[in-house]
Design a protein around this ligand. Structure first.
Ligand SMILES: Cc1cc2nc3c(=O)[nH]c(=O)nc-3n(C[C@H](O)[C@H](O)[C@H](O)COP(=O)(O)OP(=O)(O)OC[C@H]3O[C@@H](n4cnc5c(N)ncnc54)[C@H](O)[C@@H]3O)c2cc1C
Length: 556
């Protein structure tokens, strides 16, 4: 017998599980088909040595300011987040250090005063925005669907522009055209601050030199300043909480069940076909109301939907979606000592030092050098003048990460080209692992000289190529799926006609990081998609559902 569900979701990553949970909570029967043995997609942990937990991909949860955590009741299902007073910082090779903390904004401003009074004053104005307004700003950007396809919104009516005009005296409409570095040039002078904020934007959204994305780069800092923490026990505990919530509402999970094809009949998606080795007694699953693809937009249209159902020019434009700008080489170090700082950093990063520090964060030029290596020369950075990396250390707040007497520096990220673009071929980064590790260690030792070889017990690497083999959803091994440049963002993400999560195939919707607002396990994609599915599937959610106040329905 062929099983039927109202909705079949392809892929059990955070976005696929997120929409499954929402829909099941609305009373629909939902089945999630996941290729891997484990649910969670990029939200996973590995235990390469017994007792040591590392994060091969995602490491921070940035979604605390959004509605989904409450609407899906994740705390009730076991989700616990460690909040940090200082999440992000940057230190240069002279030991000068900044903290990008918004929890203790005055303390961060005081430290900045050592290097620049002007920067400290700017920080006070920015970080002094009322907390409610910061949340409102983040929700207006991330947790709000783009406008209906084809609708042009006057710039002054863009949701985040309204919030910024009301709440940030520094804001100027000209910022809409600027890159993050151009905005920072207007406001601050300290290079470590600029480079640190630029890098943290690049690792959470747009590159700091991309025109027209400066505001989103700036709000990346708000995301990790007020909306983030690290899940107690590791990032994968988030996937477990979400899976429990899904099962509570009746979602059926089929793991180890790869979807080979999204079945399309008379222009509409009607179900999925599983691979022949799927360990269940059927190959076809019917979807009576919708199929939702929780996998990369390229996989969806180049592999899962047969080409005969799609216009050729559409397929051509899917092929043209750029993967650049989000592929990361990930290193984990198990050590017997944490980093010991020199210079001002020793004092500034005393007891509460940030759990993620960019190092050595000397200049904006270094960020540009790294970009040149990765995006223009299509190679992995190893030159000292390109080497600036974020080093995360969760064990300072989370004893589950390693046994006493050890430290886990994980992840340490480095931007590299997507395997598809690398000048040396798709396996070039894998073949250069040792060389890249050496370059990273040299860079770290310029600010933390104590981390010598005798303090390092083990090293583990995950490359974008590894990621794309392990998780079919990670085309290009990227944390954003496709870039967050102006031409692949907001109402153009991933393509203009797909921006409201609908597709040229009736009853087929997208719910992956390649849709707006992009990467990060924020549950923003499923939350935004709900605004579209409520009218399309005639859903009647309970009072728990609160739509975005900035949502523009179709009829408007
Ligand atoms: C190095 C790195 C660092 C990151 N750091 C962070 C971070 O600190 N914080 C953060 O929030 N995010 C981070 N991210 C991003 C985050 O991991 C992704 O944004 C998130 O996992 C995307 O979720 P998703 O559900 O859209 O896709 P995925 O997580 O890719 O899930 C897709 C799922 O679909 C499954 N699948 C694919 N094809 C099929 C098929 N044919 N049939 C059945 N199943 C299929 C896959 O196995 C996978 O489980 C990082 C990512 C990387 C790579």
């Amino acid at each position: 017998m062929i099983p039927h569900y109202d909705v079949v979701v392809v892929g059990g990553g955070p976005n696929g599980m997120g929409i499954a949970c929402y829909l099941a909570k609305c009373g629909l029967s939902v089945c999630v088909c996941e290729d891997r043995l484990e649910l969670g997609g990029g939200v996973e942990n590995a235990e390469p040595l017994p007792g040591f937990r590392i994060d091969p991909h995602a490491t921070y949860f940035y979604g605390a300011a959004g509605p989904p955590v409450t609407q899906l009741e994740l705390a009730k299902f076991g989700f616990r987040l460690n909040y940090y007073r200082d999440l992000m910082g940057a230190v240069n090779s002279r030991g000068e250090a900044v903290s990008l903390s918004l929890y203790d904004a005055e303390r961060s401003a005081k430290y900045l005063e050592r290097y620049s009074k002007r920067d400290a004053d700017a920080w006070r104005l920015y970080a002094g925005m009322p907390r409610d307004s910061m949340v409102r700003l983040l929700r207006s950007i991330y947790w709000t669907p783009p406008p209906p396809v084809g609708m042009e919104i006057p710039r002054e009516d863009l949701p985040w522009v309204k919030v910024l005009r009301e709440n940030l005296p520094l804001f100027d409409m000209s910022w809409l055209d600027l890159s993050l570095f151009e905005i920072l040039d207007l406001l601050v002078e300290n290079e470590t601050l600029k480079a640190g904020m630029g890098m943290s934007a690049w690792y959470n959204g747009p590159h700091p030199d991309w025109a027209g994305t400066g505001i989103f780069g700036l709000t990346c800092n708000l995301l990790h300043g007020i909306s983030s923490g690290s899940p107690a026990g590791g990032m994968h505990t988030l996937a477990h909480a979400l899976a429990r919530a899904c099962m509570h509402h009746g979602v059926r999970f089929l793991t180890n069940c790869k979807v080979e094809e999204i079945i399309v009949e008379e222009g509409a998606a009607t179900g999925v076909r599983l691979s022949d080795d799927a360990p269940v007694g059927f190959r076809t699953i019917r979807a009576d109301r919708a199929v939702i693809s929780g996998v990369h937009v390229k996989s969806t249209f180049q592999k899962l939907v047969a080409a005969r159902h799609l216009p050729l020019d559409f397929l051509e434009r899917v092929r043209g979606i750029s993967l650049k700008g989000s592929s990361l080489f990930t290193l984990a170090l198990i050590t017997t000592e944490g980093p010991k700082w020199t210079g001002d950093a020793a004092e500034i990063y005393g007891e509460t030092y940030p759990t993620c520090i960019f190092m050595p964060c000397d200049s904006v030029e270094m960020v540009r050098n790294q970009t040149r290596d990765v995006d223009s020369l299509n190679t992995h950075p190893v030159r000292p003048e390109s080497m600036m990396v974020p080093v995360c250390q969760h064990d300072r707040c989370d004893p589950t990460r390693c046994p006493p007497g050890y430290h886990v520096l994980s992840p340490i990220y480095l931007q590299v080209p997507p395997p598809e673009d690398h000048a040396g071929g798709p396996r070039a980064v894998n073949e250069a692992k040792e060389e890249i590790i050496e370059a990273i260690l040299r860079a770290i030792r310029t600010v933390a000289p104590n981390l010598t070889d005798d303090k390092i017990v083990a090293k583990f690497v995950n490359t974008p190529h590894d990621s794309s083999l392990r998780n079919l959803g990670f085309v290009g091994g990227g944390w954003y799926g496709s870039r967050q440049a102006d031409d692949e963002w907001y109402d153009k993400r991933p393509l203009p006609e797909l921006s409201r999560y609908r597709t040229p195939i009736e009853r087929l919707y997208l719910c992956n990081q390649t849709s707006y607002p992009g990467g990060l396990a924020l549950f923003a994609v499923p939350y935004n998609l709900m605004h579209i599915l409520i009218p399309d599937l005639k859903l009647a959610p309970g009072e728990w559902w609160q739509p975005s106040p900035d949502f523009i329905p179709e009829e408007v």
